[in-house]
Design a protein around this ligand. Structure first.
Ligand code: ME8
Length: 522
């Protein structure tokens, strides 16, 4: 079983391109695993509680439940448009999740892991977190990243995080795979040093925040939004679920193979709070999940933010350029783990060059020439040549590179590997010039071989690309008159998917070129 989760997105606004990227990346990884024959469970969802939702709802004059349901719909609609194939959907206002959070809280309370104390200090409204002197900048002030900072004095419930910090350090040090990519480990180890001696405040008094899950043992309080949100990874995987809860069987899923998250929420929530929460609940080292930490899309080198007015709306882009064009760009132009600049010109250039001109052209001319010169039916042949051998080797190498990259979650390298074979095929067509061969009676065997090599390549590429371009792959396979290609598993991808005698269909452009004049005004 391959179990992948994404961060659950805040429902205080509409989804942006960063949300879309993370979900498409996870969808691509999961589709690839299904293609590899794995059983897969893909869990995604929304984070509906917390102060931000309460505050924004208040501003709009609606209650938080109505407000977050309205925004949740926007996420659901977008995921449908982008073709996400998820198996589980997490909404933190769900009663099953609430029951799981409260059971865990009661259990931790009974086992002396929670205590109440008074605290006077500074609090970041934006980050919904208490600040210590460690969060002050060099000038002694709290930086702009904390937003509005207020001084408050209140009693709250704390989780004994510090009791487990030594275990966590040892766990992270001895488990190289806990964080992918590996270069982020040192950041986590540094954060663990800073976490020393600090417990985690897991409650908010109702006098300040009502929109959350009530503490079962002290009803004047609701649960801190992060403590609630992180539990989604197990609650919606069936942890402690009633038999009739319509949730998966937890033992089959856990531990998650990857929690796909952005770099901003690696520390402290996912790499400190979450493993320690699991440990305190009773999970063993072998039951810890792995984190796949992706980078951020920036806009012209700047962070995307509402206040800068540079937020990119994936809904508009999908309508304008098509779902597959957007999916391709999102996993092709960023190296998993690193940041990248979101750039509409790049989206168009990559699409036009790699899909419309190269792959689209290869599909078109292969099918067109098969139709014109072979009457739309692949023929058997005896001919072979160094170029044909090299084409087969190119496909073998591209396929191997693609697998290696996909197994490392490096979707960009995987796309480049495929493009390399498409480029080989392009040169192959130019060198072998089937349109010339067709003119000679004595070259018919060679013609059959050349066109076969091209069409067979298209068949392979349609399968390899299907995790990223599900719609276009299906279109290509239907033009090949081989919809059954979609049912093949990766280890069945051997030379000979197409056979002499196979009919091929009429080519229709799968990747219509994007014409630049049609660009929406920025
Ligand atoms: O943090 N580029 O929700 P969120 C790439 N509810 N990814 C981006 C991005 C960008 N420009 N901006 C945001 C939360 N993200 C919590 C998560 S999980 C138990 C709770 C990513 O809506 C971000 O890194 O602010 C995170 O992984 C996800 O979008 C949701 O962010």
């Amino acid at each position: 079983m391959f179990f992948a989760t994404t961060a659950i997105d805040y429902t205080n606004g509409a989804p942006h391109i960063g949300h879309a990227y993370e979900k498409v990346l996870t969808d691509v990884i999961c589709r690839y695993r299904r293609l590899a024959g794995d059983e897969v469970f893909f869990l995604t969802g929304v984070d509906q509680h917390g102060q931000k939702v309460q505050q924004t709802a208040e501003k709009e004059g609606v209650n938080p439940a109505t407000f977050c349901k309205k925004n949740t719909k926007k996420f659901l609609n977008l995921w449908k448009k982008l073709g996400l194939q998820y198996d589980g959907w997490a909404e933190t206002i769900d009663a099953r999740h609430k029951a799981c959070v409260q059971t865990i809280l009661n259990d931790l309370h009974d086992r002396g892991q929670l205590y109440k104390k008074a605290y006077k200090g500074f609090y970041s409204v934006r980050q919904e977190q208490f600040l210590t002197d460690k969060e002050r900048g060099e000038d002694g002030e709290f930086g702009a990243e904390w937003g509005e900072v207020v001084e408050i004095e209140e009693e709250n419930w704390y989780f004994k995080l510090s009791e487990h910090v030594a275990w966590l350090r040892q766990f992270v040090e001895s488990n190289e795979d806990f964080i992918i990519p590996a270069f982020r480990r040192s950041e986590v180890l540094n954060a663990i040093e800073r976490a020393e001696g600090n417990d985690l405040c897991i409650s908010r008094p109702k006098s300040r925040l009502r929109w959350g899950i009530e503490l079962p043992f002290d009803t004047d309080y609701v649960t801190y939004v992060w403590f609630d949100a992180l539990i989604n990874y197990i609650s919606f995987a069936g942890y402690l679920a009633a038999d009739d809860a319509e949730l998966p069987e937890f033992e089959k899923l856990w531990p998650a193979n990857i929690h796909v998250i952005g770099k901003d929420i690696m520390v402290p929530s996912h790499s400190i709070y979450w493993p320690i929460m699991l440990k305190a609940i009773g999970f063993t080292d072998e039951q810890m999940p792995q984190l796949l930490v992706h980078g951020w899309w920036n806009i012209k080198g700047e962070k995307m933010s509402k206040s800068l007015g540079n937020v990119v709306d994936p809904d508009v882009l999908a309508d304008k350029f098509g779902t597959d064009a957007l999916r391709y760009y999102l996993v092709r132009d960023i190296i998993t783990g690193k940041d990248a600049d979101f750039n509409l010109d790049r989206l168009i250039t990559l699409y036009n060059t790699e899909l419309a001109n190269s792959l689209g052209n290869l599909c078109n001319r292969s099918l067109n020439m098969t139709k014109r010169f072979l009457g739309g039916e692949l023929k058997s042949f005896e001919y072979d040549s160094d170029d044909c051998i090299a084409l087969r080797e190119s496909l073998t190498k591209s396929t191997a590179d693609y697998h290696e990259a996909m197994q490392k979650y490096d979707t960009s390298a995987a796309m480049r590997a495929i493009y390399s074979h498409v480029s080989y095929c392009d040169g192959f067509a130019q060198r072998n010039a089937p349109w010339e061969l067709a003119k000679h009676e004595d070259k018919q065997d060679q013609l059959a071989a050349v066109l076969y090599h091209m069409v067979e390549s298209v068949a392979h590429i349609s399968i390899l690309l299907s995790p990223v371009l599900p719609e276009c792959s299906a279109k290509i396979q239907s033009q090949l008159l081989k919809p059954e290609l979609s049912e093949l598993l990766l280890d069945q991808l051997k030379w000979g998917l197409m056979q002499a005698g196979d009919q091929t269909g009429k080519p229709k452009p799968v990747f219509p070129r994007i014409v630049v004049e049609e660009l929406p005004a920025e």
